[in-house]
Ligand binder design. Structure first.
Ligand code: C5P
Length: 280
């Protein structure tokens, strides 16, 4: 049985419309998922005589609370057999930050254990299991730019390549997604992302006018520091800025790497900053 090493990338939501509340308690949404492939957690899977899970971050639980362990247990239940494996997680993506770190780790676990233990799960089956672990997990099964609807599991991939550096800023504030949803009033929305894509890039002027993250008002009221980050990004002449997911990460696209680096200098030293470079 071979040893597997896999990179689990981050994502941003370029806009997040909360459209309606569903009878099952979840919300229907519309979002543009975009993978940040140069910011990733690293997972390794090694054959073992028992189950072991090691993570280099003290912030993260290593018991059944961890979504990686939940993914392994879900596969065990699905196949009615024990999965003995040693999983090591190297955490680089800030957690509970709207960057999908945990969801990406879970998807990487499903993909890797499927391969390692020859479970023969097809794409649709992986998506179904992924959705049982969390609404953002299905996106990470392929991690390609996609318009997400329903809970985020209906994915329409689009040929989008952002050719500008993306600055990612996280001030260390942890936001509960569940609580954020509880504080949102859903509203119908007719915006079609495809109209904002010119060739394979984004029309930022159009995006600025029509694309919103419906969690921003709630997050900015609760944590005014986040709105300040958005102002600072705007003052730094970024092309487009927004919060990702239910926060607290803010991102901004810049015309070049130097402008993004200059903007980094305007934030407190203890903020997490990452400049994602196109074409990684
Ligand atoms: O699916 P996930 O476990 O990430 O969701 C966390 C919580 O966020 C859910 O329990 C639910 O309350 C809320 N949620 C929602 N609608 C979605 C996604 C999440 O209401 N589409």
């Amino acid at each position: 049985m071979k040893h597997i090493e896999i990179k689990a990338p981050a994502k941003i939501n370029i806009g997040l419309f909360i459209v309606s509340k569903r009878p099952d308690g979840y919300h229907n949404l519309k979002t543009l998922f975009y993978p940040i492939i140069d910011l990733y957690d690293k997972l390794t899977f090694e054959p073992s005589n028992n189950f072991e899970f090691i993570c280099d971050s003290e912030d993260i639980p290593t018991d059944e609370e961890n979504i990686v362990v939940k993914a392994k247990i879900l596969l065990e239940k699905t196949f009615g057999k024990r999965i003995n494996v040693k999983i090591t997680l190297e955490k680089n993506i800030p957690s509970q930050a709207g960057l999908g770190g945990g969801s990406s780790d879970a998807a990487a676990t499903l993909i890797s254990l499927n391969e390692m233990f020859k479970l023969n799960l097809k794409h649709d089956q992986l998506i179904e299991l992924a959705l049982q672990l969390g609404s953002d997990v299905p996106f990470f099964i392929r991690a390609k730019p996609a318009i997400g609807t329903s809970r985020g599991e209906i994915l329409n991939e689009i040929p989008l390549e952002i050719n500008e550096p993306i600055l990612i800023i996280n001030p260390g504030i942890k936001i509960s997604t569940k609580e954020a949803f509880e504080n949102i009033k859903p509203k119908e929305n007719t915006f079609d992302y495809r109209t904002a894509i010119k060739e394979t890039g984004l029309n930022y002027n159009m995006m600025d006018e029509f694309v919103k993250n419906d969690f921003e008002n709630y997050a900015f009221d609760k944590y005014p520091e986040l709105e300040k980050i958005k102002y600072t990004l705007k003052e730094s002449r970024c092309l487009f800025t927004m919060m990702s997911g239910s926060g607290s990460t803010m991102f901004g696209m810049f015309k070049d790497e130097n402008s993004a680096k200059e903007a980094v200098g305007k934030f407190p030293k203890d903020y997490y900053c990452w400049i994602s470079i196109p074409g990684y």
